[in-house]
Design a protein around this ligand. Structure first.
Ligand SMILES: O=C(O)CCC(=O)C(=O)O
Length: 109
């Protein structure tokens, strides 16, 4: 499954766990556009400790293993930080790729 989120400047996404998927395969996340302050926490709750990292256009994050079901979110998207030529006039797009089923069926079998 591929999920595309658009973030207007100044927006964010609350701390949450990606637990819709039954697969434990890593989530792959690509950032395009304005810089975002991304927060990665732990599996128990939305509270500290957490790590904050600024994601720039073109950055790819893979979260798997012990962080696959950790709380995470976007604190904020910083206005007017996107690079020329990224394809956006403002804001940020995040594309996440997730394996949904634990055992994907092979075509024709
Ligand atoms: O925008 C991001 O970097 C994170 C997106 C996210 O957490 C999600 O789609 O569940």
């Amino acid at each position: 499954m591929v999920l595309v989120n658009y973030y207007p400047p100044g927006s964010g996404m609350g701390m949450h766990v990606d637990e819709f998927e039954e697969s434990r395969a890593p989530v792959i996340s690509l950032s395009i556009g304005d810089e975002a302050l991304f927060r990665m926490g732990h599996t128990e709750s939305r509270t500290q400790p957490w790590d904050d990292v600024t994601l720039c256009s073109g950055d790819l994050v893979v979260f798997g293993g012990p962080k696959r079901f950790a709380y995470h979110g976007v604190v904020r998207v910083n206005d007017a930080t996107l690079p020329d030529g990224c394809g956006l006039a403002e804001g940020r797009i995040n594309i996440t790729i997730r394996q949904v089923s634990a055992a994907p069926k092979l075509q024709g079998r």
